[in-house]
Design a protein around this ligand. Structure first.
Ligand code: UDP
Length: 248
């Protein structure tokens, strides 16, 4: 058997992915479905760590717009990601997947603190590790947290699960002729301001040579399919020349 291109991945799930058809909060059936996707990838031999967002519950920017102090609002947003992490852990454990939650904001009676080496050991033992609370500081997002953890955990790629099957040249929900890119460079994403992830997350992935794979997490079986090269996605990466020039 050939070794897969992406053995260890970081899966970024925005909070909205856990919302299901609702407009707010956590839908248990959706958590179960996402857990089955993760289990299928794990059972196929991949090592997975996950960063969850919190936008289905609270976003700092939205809170600040309503009058909360920005830093406090961001901490509230980070706490929301911990709720999502516990919900996903629960679903994964129901599916029979050993899971640990590590939070960038220590919360000893709820989950482990973020400890890089311990997280690595969990992955080596076949456990799924969910990283909560982003980078642990306000004025960041969980996209940046995902890029940071992907680099720290030596992931082969960052998989960004969304509700579309890649990056398009226009919004495919509004423009029927919109075209999906198969491949993009980080430079193009940044120069054209393509909506893949936050610019700081894209730059971090570029500088650490971590490809970003954008795919649809709502399609049943799609994560495992994209991982073994069958599924539909857009891959954002450095060209060989760019990587060599940057000494990567
Ligand atoms: N947040 C933060 N620092 C981080 C990560 C997240 O302050 O390192 C806060 C921020 O307010 C953000 C909220 O947590 O709006 C939820 O995260 P995010 O918006 O990234 O969630 P997603 O859009 O992925 O659901």
């Amino acid at each position: 058997m050939t070794s897969p291109r992406y053995k260890r991945i970081l899966l970024k799930l925005s909070g909205e992915v856990l919302m299901g058809a609702g407009q707010f909060g956590i839908d248990p059936a959706t958590c179960d479905r996402v857990a089955r996707e993760i289990k299928a990838a794990r059972d196929a031999g991949h090592e997975l760590c996950i960063v969850v967002g919190g936008g289905n519950i609270f976003r700092g920017l939205a809170g600040a717009a309503k009058g909360f102090e920005r830093a406090s609002a961001d901490y509230m947003g980070m706490l929301a990601t911990i709720m999502n992490a516990l919900a996903l852990q629960n679903a994964l454990e129901r599916a029979g997947v050993d899971t640990r939650v590590q939070s960038a904001i220590p919360m000893a009676s709820v989950c482990e603190p973020y400890i890089r080496r311990r997280a690595q050991r969990h992955l080596e033992k076949g456990r799924v590790v969910i990283f909560a609370a982003g980078v642990g500081s306000p004025f960041f997002t969980t996209d940046t947290g995902a890029a940071l953890r992907a680099a720290e955990m030596n992931c082969d790629a960052l998989f960004k699960g969304t509700s579309v099957d890649g990056v398009y040249d226009a919004d495919p929900k509004k423009v029927p002729t919109a075209k999906r890119y198969e491949r993009l460079t980080f430079g193009r994403v940044l120069a054209d301001d393509l909506k893949v992830m936050d610019a700081s997350a894209v730059a971090l992935c570029r500088d650490n040579n971590v490809p970003i794979v954008v795919f649809n997490i709502r399609d049943e079986g799609n994560l495992a399919a994209v991982l073994d090269g069958r599924g539909v996605s857009t891959i954002v990466e450095n060209t060989t020349e760019e990587a060599a020039n940057a000494g990567l």
